[in-house]
Design a protein around this ligand. Structure first.
Ligand code: HEM
Ligand SMILES: *[C@@H]1O[C@H](CO)[C@@H](O)[C@H](O)[C@H]1NC(C)=O
Length: 326
């Protein structure tokens, strides 16, 4: 008898652990709480996208930057209140991160129909998914139920987000630090097939590359592409607002051309071109050849990224205004 009770206790605990670890987020989380939640986000993203297709790239990057800093908790949306400098005002995010007004608009409409129900973190996750679809990627279900965190510190962006000037080992480390694999990293980097970059993110490859070796320019960058980039980004330019498309052939189309660029030495950042390292080259070639499989993998990796350190249940809060904690 005692044995059987112990057995049931062990069985119950095992079941709890299995369910506990998988039931954190849930597809259709708002179906019984705010049925129109995902449709309203989609409507706002679509409206903004039709006005400026670049917001799709902005929202996909926003999800990445939210999830890597304190988990997917909407902390990237919080405004600075002196003396606190928030994530969005780190030089990694300001002025380059865009799409905040899309989240604000969606939140405003959601507060109108079901106040205090839909988290800002989930709105970002839905908006990123909608952006993937609008730019030609594969649609996917977004597990939801994230709650919002109240803390946002610019200083944490530097330790959590990878710099574009680093090589394979360091980029990989930034992802494994968050429970993602090197393979996830290579898959997700394909997001750089859309959007734009400021000159400062890659100027290290154009000017004063390595004085020890007497190299002004990164030899792993296609010289024709480098010449083109130098015209767009002159050495002495004081204009910090200049941007270039990261994938000039189709800057608004999320596809595997990113990997074809890498094979042609046209990866824009050091962190892009480093994927041609023997360690990851096979995956780059596969993705370059088979865009459909990459699309499927990309959707799955976005779902995985969307689970990083999420707050659920009674943790965190549901913000009324995504720009400030309640
Ligand atoms: C692997 C490490 C990564 C590094 C070092 C990196 C770095 C950067 C940098 C420096 C920019 C340009 C910012 C600017 O100067 O305007 C950028 C843009 C972008 N990144 Fe990444 N990124 C990485 C991974 C990712 C991931 C995982 C995603 C999403 C899944 C992503 C999505 C984007 C998008 C969509 C843009 C274009 C943004 C826009 O047009 O507004 N990146 N990234
Ligand atoms: C320049 O090249 C040398 C020799 O390969 C290397 O040790 C050094 O780290 C490089 N410096 C930079 C800034 O990349």
């Amino acid at each position: 008898m005692g044995l059987r009770i112990e057995w049931w206790l062990a069985f119950g605990l095992g079941l709890f652990l299995i369910v506990g670890s998988e039931a954190q987020l849930e597809v259709g989380f708002y179906d019984d709480k705010c049925l129109l939640a995902e449709a309203i986000v989609r409507g706002e993203v679509t409206k903004a996208y039709l006005r400026d297709p670049g917001v799709a790239a902005g929202l996909i990057r926003m999800h990445f930057h939210d999830c890597f800093v304190r988990g997917c908790d909407g902390s990237v949306l919080i405004d600075s209140v002196p003396p606190n400098k928030a994530e969005k005002d780190s030089k990694i995010n300001n002025p380059s991160l865009r799409g905040f007004e899309v989240i604000d608009n969606a939140k405003f409409r959601l507060e109108d129909i079901c106040s205090g129900v839909v988290s800002c973190a989930d709105i970002i996750a839905f908006a990123a998914r909608d952006s993937v679809e609008l730019t030609g990627g594969l649609g996917y279900d977004v597990p939801a139920g994230r709650r919002d965190g109240p803390i946002s510190l610019a200083s944490e962006t530097f330790s959590s987000l990878p710099s574009p000037r680093i090589g394979l080992a360091q980029v990989t480390q930034a992802f494994t630090n968050k429970g993602l694999t090197q393979e996830d990293m290579v898959t997700l980097s394909g997001a750089h097939s859309i959007g734009r970059s400021h000159c400062s993110s890659f100027s290290n490859r154009l000017y004063g590359f390595n004085s020890t070796l007497g190299l002004d320019q990164d030899p792993s960058l296609d010289p024709n592409y480098a010449a083109h980039l130098k015209r767009r980004c002159p050495r002495s330019s004081r204009n910090r607002n200049v941007v270039v498309p990261m994938n000039p052939s189709s800057p608004n189309f999320l596809d595997n051309s990113y990997y074809q660029d890498i094979l042609a030495n046209r990866g824009l950042f050091t962190s892009d071109q480093t994927l041609s390292d023997p360690e990851t080259l096979d995956q780059v070639i596969q993705n370059a050849e088979d865009g459909f499989t990459w699309n499927i993998n990309f959707a799955a990796a976005m779902v995985k990224m969307g689970q990083i350190d999420v707050l659920t249940g009674d943790d965190g809060e549901i913000r009324f205004n995504c720009r400030r904690p309640n």
